[in-house]
Design a protein around this ligand. Structure first.
Ligand code: COA
Ligand code: MG
Length: 292
């Protein structure tokens, strides 16, 4: 998944723009973008939207962001949406891998009640919104077979810390939030989950948005969350492997297939060893997922 578009789960008008947005995934939000008074309506609207959208022949993947596990809301969120079989749940404010494990057990029971195949519902965790989670990132590594992606958030973390700002005047992240971002990247890779970059809230600043997305793709994030449909096309473009990247990856994989006993080869004047083959295979699998 390259692009994951957030849509407030109670907003039928915006939901109506979801399928046509071109996003690989939609995240129907029941958390921060839905007021307390609208939670109940949001659950029903999101559930109906999932059921209707699942019936389409081609559709984006469908995720629901439930409320955090230390609220009295998340169990009702799950009860309302699991009958419609979302592809996954986005878990905000995760405190450690234990929260992922706890959610996984709740999903197991919900799947059983719904008569769905158990284990089908995936989990993406937001792993840096709560300070203690940063101290326990290793616990995400074996938390659950459902863990599909890991992402990070700077807004809730900055609020928790009481920071005056989380960006420098030039728009780059300040050091504490760079740390959260970078640790999210390594933790996701260690957990065999997709590293997904966080949202860029100034949706009129296309240049700043593209700069941040390019840096994320360069560093190894394989997708980014969007808050506005006008961010989706750029995300899809930036996180799709470039033709020259794909060509080089094919060349590397082919060269080692042709020379099964080689440990190291020279390709285009560079030393290439088995470590590069792994990277090349990863690029090819992302290119296939993007349909190229
Ligand atoms: N998903 C689907 N459609 C969206 C959308 C979204 N996330 N954000 C905006 N749109 C629609 C608008 O409804 C509008 O439709 P219209 O042309 O038919 O009126 C169109 O896209 C253009 O929107 P625009 O006027 O530029 O923005 P806005 O002022 O209506 O909305 C936000 C701005 C930030 C409130 C809105 O983008 C939004 O709700 N984003 C998601 C918020 C969220 O889920 N946050 C939680 C995660 S951080
Ligand atoms: Mg939040």
């Amino acid at each position: 998944m390259r692009s994951l578009l957030f849509i407030p789960g109670d907003d039928e008008k915006k939901l109506g723009k979801g399928v046509g947005s071109g996003a690989d995934a939609l995240i129907l939000d029941l958390e921060d973008s839905v007021s307390a008074a609208r939670k109940s309506a949001g659950r029903q609207i999101a559930s109906q939207y999932i059921a209707a959208t699942r019936a389409l022949e081609t559709r984006p993947r469908l995720y629901v962001r439930i409320n955090a596990l230390d609220t009295p809301l998340w169990e009702d969120d799950l009860t309302a949406v699991m009958g419609s079989a979302p592809d996954g749940i986005l878990l905000p404010k995760a405190r450690s891998g234990e929260d992922v494990h706890k959610l996984s057990i709740a999903l197991h029971h919900a799947e059983e009640r719904a008569g769905a195949s158990t284990g089908a519902t995936r989990i993406i965790a937001i792993a840096t919104e709560v300070a203690v989670s940063l101290l326990k990132l290793d616990t995400y590594v074996d938390a659950s077979a459902r863990l599909e992606g890991l992402t990070w958030g700077a807004e809730d973390l900055a609020a928790a810390v009481g920071a005056q700002a989380n960006r420098e005047p030039d728009g780059s992240w300040t050091a504490p939030y760079q740390l959260a971002r970078n640790l999210c990247l390594f933790t996701a890779v260690a957990a065999n989950a997709q590293p997904i970059d966080t949202v860029f809230v100034n949706f009129r600043d296309e240049q700043g948005f593209r700069r941040e997305a390019n840096l994320a793709a360069r560093d190894g994030f394989t997708g980014k969350m969007a808050i506005h449909p006008n961010q989706v096309a750029a995300i899809n473009e930036i996180f799709t492997p470039k033709p020259e990247e794909v060509a080089l990856a094919q060349e590397i994989v082919q060269a080692f297939a042709d020379n099964p006993d080689a440990g190291v080869l020279a390709i285009r004047g560079n030393m290439v060893d088995r470590a590069h083959v792994k990277g090349a295979e990863r690029i090819l699998s992302r290119a296939r997922a993007a349909g190229i």
